[in-house]
Design a protein around this ligand. Structure first.
Ligand code: AMP
Ligand code: GLY
Length: 423
């Protein structure tokens, strides 16, 4: 089978690594890919915002399945266009991707179908929003409705902060993403990411993970796209998973089907494990980055076959098999990240790290410059290790990080600390 994978991050390198393990794969194209994916398939330049160009490429190359990594092309309706042209694709249609693309859509769906989530109000008028927070008081959470690269969420611990957040969103601080604002109750508990696969009518549990969003050790400093992760999340027991499937994931898949927007692909639930049970914080309509880098090394089933079953609408009941091993990923970032990262610095020693047992290195923001590998983005490398315990996975991952010679790069030294301290 000829497959086109869309994206260029560590997530897509990890997806490519799993896809090439399938005996059924005959050729993998990655658009645009990165130096890591170039070793596994053919990187191609393709403007996927131009749906006609994407369809032409697929026809020309005989692509039989398209796998979409990032959210933007999903929200822009790439899957709708491919499917209308008869090309199977993994990922939700534009309508179903609203689960990620619009917080208000998801909150309304939860309200209509009784899916547990934080209490909320939605506002397109500044005055009404201000009145709501003044009635509710702080702490309270203020969110821009649309996609804002994870930056459109403000946890206000005082009323003044909440008012300021509302003012800045209605003044266009997040562009059109902030034209509507969702205000919700602050949930307290432990946060877990849970991933489920769906073919539009059936949902299967995939895996759990926890990530570290802050740039600094001890979970301090500004938010990032994710500085590291581990899977499984120790807090996410089998009972909890069954409850989340029963109360949150399955009702969502059923609701989307009932609303005539069946959700196909991977549903990524951001959950808060509260004292009165699990609650939905938000959905994403795609695999996580760096969560994919810790989940896929644990997958024992054939990823291509799973993805194909989702795309074709015939997901088998016991299709997902995961190993009991724990995986932990450390993200190596370029100096300056999450602000403007320093580019063009040379990275050496990846081969040494990869030779260490149970270690996988994936590329994100890297570039080839002749024979040199250089940094070309904020999050640059992901170093993943597998082990029987989280503490051992952490030890192996940092040993591999230390084999990489990149003076201008940095990473957190404490990925996994909360979970390791508890056990
Ligand atoms: P979101 O983009 O909705 O996932 O929000 C980003 C982060 O803000 C989440 O990962 C949570 O850590 C936090 N957050 C969002 N909503 C809430 C809430 N209602 N209560 C507590 N924390 C929240
Ligand atoms: N790691 C967070 C995300 O993929 O959205």
């Amino acid at each position: 089978m000829k497959v086109l994978l869309i994206g260029s991050g560590g997530r897509e390198h990890a997806l490519a690594m799993s896809l090439v393990k399938s005996a059924r794969l005959t050729k993998l194209f990655i658009a645009p890919g990165n130096p890591g994916t170039a070793a596994l398939g053919e990187n191609v330049v393709l403007n996927v915002t131009d749906h006609a160009a994407a369809i032409n490429f697929c026809r020309l190359m005989g692509i039989e399945l398209v796998v979409v990594g990032p959210e933007q092309p999903l929200v822009e309706g790439l899957v709708d266009a491919l499917e209308a042209a008869g090309i199977p694709a993994f990922g939700p249609t534009k309508g179903a991707a609203q689960l990620e693309g619009s917080k208000a859509f998801t909150k309304e769906l939860c309200r209509r179908y009784g899916i547990p989530t934080a209490e909320f109000g939605r506002f397109s008028e500044r005055e009404a929003a201000l009145k709501y927070v003044r009635t509710r008081g702080a702490p309270i959470v203020v969110k821009a409705d649309g996609l804002a690269s994870g930056k459109g969420v403000i946890i206000a611990s005082t009323l003044a902060q909440a008012e300021e957040a509302i003012e800045s969103m209605f003044s266009g601080a997040f562009g059109s993403a902030g034209a509507e604002v969702v205000i919700e109750e602050l949930l307290e508990g432990e946060e877990v990411s849970f991933f489920a696969l769906s073919d539009g009518s059936r949902a299967l549990p995939f895996a759990s993970a926890q990530d570290h969003k802050r740039v600094g050790d001890g979970d301090t400093g500004p938010n990032t796209g994710g500085m590291g992760a581990y899977s499984p999340a120790p807090v996410f027991t089998g009972d909890l998973q069954a409850r989340v499937m029963r109360e949150i994931v399955t009702p969502t898949i059923d609701a989307m089907a009932a609303e005539d927007m069946p959700f196909k692909g991977v549903l990524y639930a951001g959950l808060m494990i509260c004292s009165d049970g699990p609650k939905l914080i938000e959905y994403n309509a795609r695999f996580g980055d760096p969560e994919t880098q810790v989940m896929l090394p644990r997958l024992e089933s054939d990823l291509l076959s799973l993805i194909e079953q989702c795309a074709r609408g015939n997901l088998e009941r016991d299709a997902v098999a995961l190993s009991d091993l724990t995986a932990l990923t450390v993200v190596m970032a370029a100096e300056g990240y999450p602000g403007a990262p320093k580019k063009g610095t040379e990275i050496r020693g990846i081969e040494e790290a990869e030779r260490m047992p149970h270690v996988i290195v994936t590329h994100a923001g890297t570039r080839r410059d002749g024979t040199r590998l250089v940094a070309d983005g904020g999050r640059v490398l992901n170093v993943t290790a597998l082990a029987p315990t989280l503490a051992e996975a952490q030890r192996r991952a940092y040993a591999a990080v230390d084999a990489i010679d990149w003076p201008e790069g940095f990473c957190r030294r404490d990925i996994g600390w909360r979970a390791i301290t508890k056990t």
